[in-house]
Design a protein around this ligand. Sequence first.
Ligand code: UDH
Ligand code: NGS
Length: 361
Amino acid sequence: MFKPSVLTVSMPKTAFKLLLLFSFSSLTFFAVLLLHLKARNVPAAVPSSLVITRNNTSVNILAAAVRPNTTPTPGRPGGALGPCPDGPPNLLGSLYVEFRTNRTLQDVRNLVGPFLQQGGRYRPSSCVARQKVAVIIPFRNRYEHLTHWLHYVHPVLMRQQLDYGVYVINQDGDGAFNRAKLMNIGFVEALIEYDYDCFVFSDVDLVPIDDRNLYRCSDHPRHLSVAVDKFNFILPYATIFGGVSALSKQQFLKVNGFSNTFWGWGGEDDDMSQRISYRRMFISRPDSVTGRYKMIQHERDSHNDPNPRRVQKLTETYFNIIKDGLSTLSYTVREIRKDLLYTLVTVDWFWFSFSFLKLSC
Ligand code: UDH
Ligand code: NGS
């Protein structure tokens, strides 16, 4: 008699507890899912003007791009200037490049600093540059490489008579490195600062050894690092788009930027290469003499192991162009620091979007 009565009383209690637990976890799950989707700013389609979450503030990047330039014009005498010649007159051709030195950032500041404005900005003083170029470097913990890059590349860009700025986009923390997302952020942050019309995305360890390789944009997206010493100066495969590449603002918007979902090493540049071809554009390149590069040798960085899903992800590019890219970019700017040689933008992103995406990518 006693036993059954215990059972009849205790069974509903357990069931009730289970029901409560289930409801609570469902609610939590949906709340987290909602927050996650909000953080990723999931769109229905690529909008005609892109709104990006930045420091919890929405920024319309197309509007930002037409904001008047508040940066003072470097060394520009009064009076109207003519356009710079199509072929810059002071190029040297093949260059000598050496990384085995004790070069410091201060050495580089002393050498090229007098010609620059804060933030690594430059404009020719004798003519109006043909393009306004933002050079974007995805970055974490590679100051030695950055010193060499700045030492060699600033003088090249000056001789090429560009109106340019150097943006080092620094991933904060020690999560999995995301090169492509950093480049998307560089695009947005540079446009917020100035009305750039061309974007050159460059690894920090790649230095051109011929200054006729113009850091400019052309009718089609351009792959600049075609002949790298580590590949014996041979293009490793026809569709490669990694290393150093240039896209105009319109070209970059047309492909919705890079994917944000390639965590760790590999594949993000191939994904961009596919976006370009799916949007009916081609990859243009300099010839294999002009397009020569020297790479600073290094070991693999920590937290940048090859992404095991990279090959599978490349089969999904076509379906992801609209739903993964500039239109879903979400990040927080931790600091913007102006060095004489470059603008350092330190960024991170929400831990929950990070872990969710890692699970799905
Ligand atoms: N990058 C950083 N910090 C990192 C990882 C990558 O700044 O921790 C940036 C940097 O601009 C770099 C670029 O992302 O040039 C590409 O990363 P990577 O240089 O690691 O890629 P790469 O393909 O080399 O050049 C892969 C590792 C090769 C190891 C060879 C060991 N002998
Ligand atoms: C391919 C990678 C690219 C990379 C290229 C060159 O295999 O992301 O090698 O890499 N694609 C995939 O893994 C799918 S390199 O030798 O320069 O490190 O850019």
